[in-house]
Design a protein around this ligand. Structure first.
Ligand code: FMN
Length: 254
């Protein structure tokens, strides 16, 4: 998205919310003509970290904003949820969109996982997403508002997915575990956890029920020892997703 906006003459700066010190976000917002927020869709809802982040922003007094979400398959109005929170902070949200990026989903607990183990279909899907990203950037650069997920059908579909998701979310927070027969007690998973869910006391990994389902521990465990819903990763479905470039590592975010 950043590259597509820059190709249209818009200077951009990308920032992980984890890198922001207190006050940085408000300073960057004040310095910019527009602000974009991006997050993965979670059950037509957004990750709690992102909700907390938007809630912490200073009132924006009509600053232009856009929102986009990554999704595995589908989201009713996942981008509208973020747009609504931004509006409550005073942003004027002109653009909202969903982008299918099923390459990022690596848990193998469901036997029905389209795209992830079918490189041909995956490449076609991502090629379509690339076109959609171009169109979205063009609309922003041209000042032509576009908001996906704002009609009544999308809102209804989103609510149908979101209401049960919100009800069961707290239960999902205990779903990460460790297969002790594979674990080498390196402590890598605990050091990567942004939610304090995993701790390592030097000899044992413990879980604390505060998981936000980012799946960094699952994807970056060298021994593939982290489990989801008590099931280990099935390597016959390929390795867990480890980022958009060969040497990507979430520590680089810090
Ligand atoms: C708890 C959870 C809920 C999710 N819900 C949805 C969903 O409702 N629809 C969908 O298409 N993808 C869903 N996904 C998939 C994410 O949106 C997907 O992981 C995202 O495309 C990956 O983006 P990222 O690499 O930026 O995290 C969900 C993922 C998680 C972990």
């Amino acid at each position: 998205m950043s590259a597509e906006l820059q190709a249209r003459g818009i200077e951009t700066r990308c920032q992980s919310i984890e890198q922001l010190a207190f006050g940085d976000a408000d300073r960057l917002t004040a310095e910019s003509d527009a602000v974009g927020i991006a997050y993965p869709v979670y059950g037509s809802d957004m990750p709690q970290l992102m909700k907390d982040f938007i809630g912490s922003l200073a009132p924006a007094k009509g600053k232009k904003a856009f929102v986009f979400c990554t999704q595995w398959l589908w989201s009713g109005d996942g981008a509208r949820v973020g747009a609504q929170l931004l509006r409550e902070r005073g942003f004027q949200v002109g653009w909202a969109e969903h982008f299918s990026m099923p390459n990022n989903v690596s848990v193998t607990v469901f036997s029905f996982m389209p795209y992830t183990n079918d490189p041909g279909r995956l490449a076609r899907k991502l090629a379509k997403t690339a076109v959609k990203i171009k169109c979205f950037a063009e609309r922003i650069a041209g000042g032509r508002p576009f908001r996906r997920g704002f009609n009544w059908a999308a809102k209804l579909a989103g609510s149908i997915q979101r209401l049960p998701y919100r009800r069961i979310f707290h239960r999902l927070r205990n779903d990460i575990g460790v297969d002790l027969s594979r674990c080498t007690n390196c402590g890598n998973c605990a050091s990567l956890c942004p939610a304090g869910n995993l701790t390592w006391d030097g000899s044992e990994i413990k879980t604390h029920g505060s998981c936000i389902l980012c799946l960094r521990c699952y994807s970056f465990c060298q021994e593939v020892a982290v489990t989801y819903l008590k099931k280990p990763h099935r390597l016959n479905r390929g390795k867990p997703y480890r980022g958009p470039v060969e040497d990507f590592h979430p520590r680089l975010l810090k």
